[in-house]
Design a protein around this ligand. Structure first.
Ligand SMILES: N[C@@H](CCC(=O)N[C@@H](CS)C(=O)NCC(=O)O)C(=O)O
Length: 221
């Protein structure tokens, strides 16, 4: 059984999860693999005790254990899972198509998960009165200026970014998760709104949905 190390906490406004680790949970669900979620002690993600740094030298989540192997970084983990557990495949076979998947994945990581999303997501880990509303609004504006027009153009009339559901779409499920908690108005981006709804309708989304409790999303036997 694969063990996913991550941060997840329940609040009155939803179950909040590490976005990067959510990429891995969705991948495991899509692959139908058996896994268990190991949640880090609150605070350790920031304190970075030596035993944590020994497992992930950058002191981040996620990292996974697959037997005696330890693998970190959501992109590396998901590529590993694709290579090691190739059925069902979430990667096309032609080199240029594979490059297209990786470019969408890279865009999501850089422009969204590291770019504009943390400024909107991190405040939700605090009670409403302690949130930096200005920072949240700036992040929403950042998404409106950059990632949302990009998705709107890229999805066009397709169901998923590369036609079929692939590894390219998985990071965007984490965007769907955050925008659900934020009740973000996507009225100006109708194709993106439908795309994110399509992602939320996949059974794998239940593992990261803000409506799913910690108990219900602790893994799959
Ligand atoms: N490139 C890494 C980024 C991981 C990352 O930044 N994770 C966040 C949680 S979503 C984290 O651990 N933050 C704590 C820190 O940066 O010290 C990945 O894809 O796994």
């Amino acid at each position: 059984m694969i063990i996913v190390h991550t941060t997840e906490l329940e609040y009155p406004w939803g179950t909040l999860r590490s976005t990067n680790a959510s990429k891995v949970k969705v991948m495991l669900e899509e692959k139908g693999l058996s896994y268990r979620v190991e949640r880090m002690r609150p605070g350790d993600l920031w304190k970075k005790p030596p035993e944590f740094l020994a497992r992930h030298p950058l002191g981040k989540v996620p990292y996974i254990e697959d037997g005696d192997r330890l693998i970190y970084d959501s992109t590396v983990i998901n590529e590993y899972l694709e290579d090691q557990y190739s059925v069902p495949s979430l990667m096309p076979t032609a080199p240029l198509d594979r490059a297209a998947v990786r470019m969408f994945e890279n865009y999501c990581d850089e422009a969204i998960l590291v770019g504009d999303l943390p400024g909107l997501w991190m405040p939700y880990w605090s009670p409403p009165e302690k949130r930096d509303l200005e920072r949240m609004e700036k992040s929403r504006a950042g998404l409106r200026n950059r990632a949302l027009p990009f998705i709107e153009r890229s999805i066009a009339e397709k169901a998923y970014l590369c036609g079929e559901f692939t590894l390219a779409d998985i990071g965007y499920m984490c965007l769907a998760m955050v925008l659900e908690v934020d009740a973000f108005d996507l009225g100006a981006y109708p194709r993106t709104a439908s795309y994110l709804e399509r992602l939320r309708a996949r059974p794998s989304y239940l593992a990261i949905s803000p409506a799913t409790s910690l108990v219900e999303s602790a893994g799959r036997p």
